[in-house]
Design a protein around this ligand. Sequence first.
Ligand SMILES: [Zn+2]
Length: 200
Amino acid sequence: MVKVLIFLRMYRLKAAFLILSFAAACASTPSSRRGAPDFSSLTLCRGVVISNAPATDHSRRIANYDPQANIRGKVLLRAPVNACVSSGFGPRRGGAGSFHHGVDLYTGRPSAVYAGGDGVITSVDRLSGYGKTVLIRHGGGVETRYAHLSSYAPGVRPGARIRMGDVLGRTGDTGNATAVHLHYEVIVDGKRHNPLTIAH
Ligand SMILES: [Zn+2]
């Protein structure tokens, strides 16, 4: 009986969620924005040692996290994928022992990677180290890079206009990667910055 009640409650929740999602989808005019993620918090991955981990609260949530950055009037997602942080920005100790120019967002299995902001795709390429990579120019000298992808979404090609939340492809481990994750970079005037803290 209890099980049936729980099931019914879940079903009701699901129905409510579907109605809400539908309403939300109708409310947003450009169809490309329907998939825009709204991840209000971000956590550090569990079970991995992260030598350059960003500051967190007691439940491993990134401290003072703001999901969006406004850089020169360009609004960007700080983490354009549903994931946990497996490596922060900055010098890494141990095996890799190098400066990490982006943030690693671990998804475990291939998952949708969203465009961090509105812009134009300038490069879709397989690069050594980065693997399958997409570069977006947002204007004002602001760019974002998405590396180690396993696949590209249809229509993802140089010159394509893109809106925040459009799916670019799926996470993977192409290039120099040991786990399925997104390596995400925020670039301003050619210099790579910490996506989690820039313009905070
Ligand atoms: Zn990385």
